[in-house]
Design a protein around this ligand. Structure first.
Ligand code: GTP
Ligand code: MG
Length: 257
């Protein structure tokens, strides 16, 4: 224990202990203090992740609003977010045989802040991802394209790990956020498949896995057909004159932002 703790040791009666016990109590006290500081740091980190989610979520809101005004169509169907639970963070650190400290969690776990963007069409996924990555405050840390290369079970989605700066009263912090972008159909499939992961000893598990894979294949074809149909409908529209474009833009003046 250092000098500044001497008041505390007087108050707690530690000062009256025999020397060996005093030292042992001092060590316990120091460790407890360290653990308390870790808790404070952990709470602050979680607050930063929550703020990073707000920043990225706003970017998606802005892109969707702009797209709607320009093209009268919302590419984004829904956006949801979550902060990884304390239990899952600790489990992941232990699984990876990493120290269970706030510093280690910040350095090694990239999906503490997670955002899922659900789009209608496959091309919207890439348009939204490109528009996000083109922003000069966004850094790409990692990209996994499970649409071009689906997982063997049939899972498809575009995953991005991005770093976004968050401005606080006294500091600026760059925070990692995991972004998963997928179509409505991919999301539908992934939520059912996710349930399978948490069930043990399901009868006919092999058959269910095979049927899920078959559904993933049908969903892939449907996503591609829907995109093809939308493109055909769009290209069948007449070439607009300058007046048409102006009147169309005027018609959008009252769109709810
Ligand atoms: P985690 O350690 O689980 O985060 O995986 P990872 O670091 O290998 O990253 P990956 O990009 O493969 O997966 C990240 C997240 O994507 C997972 O936490 C899930 O939310 C989702 N995901 C990945 N694979 C699957 C899958 O096969 N099925 C479902 N339903 N979701 C998946
Ligand atoms: Mg994860």
């Amino acid at each position: 224990m250092d000098d500044k703790d001497s008041d505390l040791s007087e108050l707690t009666g530690l000062a009256n202990l025999p020397a060996e016990l005093f030292d042992a109590a001092g060590e316990i006290y120091d460790r407890t203090k360290k653990a308390m500081w870790s808790l404070v740091k952990y709470k602050e980190l979680k607050m930063m992740y929550a703020c990073a989610i707000k920043e990225v979520q706003t970017k998606f809101d802005v892109l969707d609003t702009e797209f709607n005004v320009r093209h009268r169509r919302n590419p984004i169907n829904s956006v949801s977010s979550r902060i990884k639970s304390t239990q899952s963070i600790i489990a992941k650190l232990l699984r990876k045989k990493l120290p269970v400290t706030p510093e280690s969690m910040e350095a090694n776990i990239y999906d503490i802040a997670g955002i899922r963007v659900v789009c209608s069409y496959i091309d919207d996924i890439y348009a939204i991802a490109d528009a996000l990555l083109a922003q000069d405050d966004i850094e790409l840390v990692a990209r996994k394209d499970y649409i071009k290369a689906p997982k063997p079970n049939g899972y498809r989605s575009l995953h991005l790990i991005v770093r976004v700066p968050v401005f606080f009263a006294e500091t600026k912090k760059k925070v990692n956020v995991e972004v998963q972008i997928r179509t409505i159909a991919m999301d539908f499939w992934a939520s059912l498949e996710h349930q399978l992961k948490y069930k043990k000893d399901i009868p006919d598990q092999q058959e269910i896995v095979a049927r899920l894979k078959a559904c993933a294949d049908v969903i892939t074809q449907t996503d591609e057909k829907m995109l093809g149909l939308r493109r055909r409908i769009e290209s069948a529209e007449d070439m607009p004159t300058e007046e048409d474009i102006l009147f169309e833009k005027l018609g959008k003046l009252d769109i709810q932002l």
